[in-house]
Design a protein around this ligand. Structure first.
Ligand code: CTP
Length: 207
């Protein structure tokens, strides 16, 4: 299969040198890319600035902002069989990006933030015959929030994990179906979990 994988954090710039972002290491997405390659799939990795090197053998598309992630995914998704979305996308960006470097004013400043686009929801709206695997990182009411995201983004399943996954080498995930059934639970290193998830996708998600 030809698989699109999104990974790592996005960045939203306040000016030319400062940005808002999050602590995602990109590890889960990169482990999934490596697992997919070793299982013989073709991988298109769209990645924000991550701590690791992308695995050998995948086509790497580097992005920084959510808008760049969106553009690249909209371009690549039509030619793929499915997408696994692990990117930790900034939900907000500063309303305006200031040219150059902001200088101090000596007073508090107010940052006005506007919502970014929901990339996976947009891919979900033009899914066609393709499959979609979303991730949900939840700290409260996890199952309900994950199911809301699965429906909103038209996913075939959603991988629920909690905030302990951030920056960690290990992960513990629950995979939920559109009927809100738990179809799998995996715990281990992110490499192990990635391989198990790929096995599940091959067996039950990809048509
Ligand atoms: N996602 C995306 N574009 C966004 C936000 C999220 O493509 N703007 C994708 C993520 O890569 C993940 C899924 O949607 O696969 C859920 O992301 P998550 O951050 O858990 O949820 P949000 O939809 O951003 O909702 P909230 O932050 O309010 O929990």
């Amino acid at each position: 299969m030809k698989i699109l994988i999104t990974a790592g954090p996005t960045r939203e710039y306040l000016d030319d040198v400062r940005f808002l972002s999050n602590a995602s290491s990109g590890r889960m997405g990169y482990s999934l890319a490596a697992a997919a390659i070793s299982r013989g799939h073709q991988v298109l990795l769209v990645t924000g600035p991550a701590e690791q090197h992308p695995p050998a053998g995948c086509e790497v598309h580097r992005i920084e902002t959510t808008d760049e992630l969106r553009q690249r995914c909209l371009e690549l998704f039509p030619g793929c069989d499915g997408v696994i979305a692990t990117a930790a996308v900034c939900d907000y960006r500063p309303r305006e990006r200031i040219n150059g470097k902001m200088t101090k004013t000596g007073h508090p400043i107010v940052l006005e933030l506007v919502e970014t686009s929901d990339v996976l929801a947009e891919l979900g709206s033009q899914k066609g015959h393709r499959w979609i695997v979303g991730f949900a990182l939840e700290s409260q009411d996890p199952r309900n929030n994950a199911m809301r995201k699965l429906r909103m983004k038209n996913c075939d399943c959603i991988v629920l994990n909690d905030t302990s996954a951030i920056g960690s080498l290990t992960n513990s995930v629950e995979v939920l179906s559109p009927d809100a059934e738990t179809i799998a639970q995996f715990t281990g290193t992110k490499d192990d979990v990635a391989d198990l998830l790929l096995g599940l996708i091959e067996a039950s998600i990809a048509p």
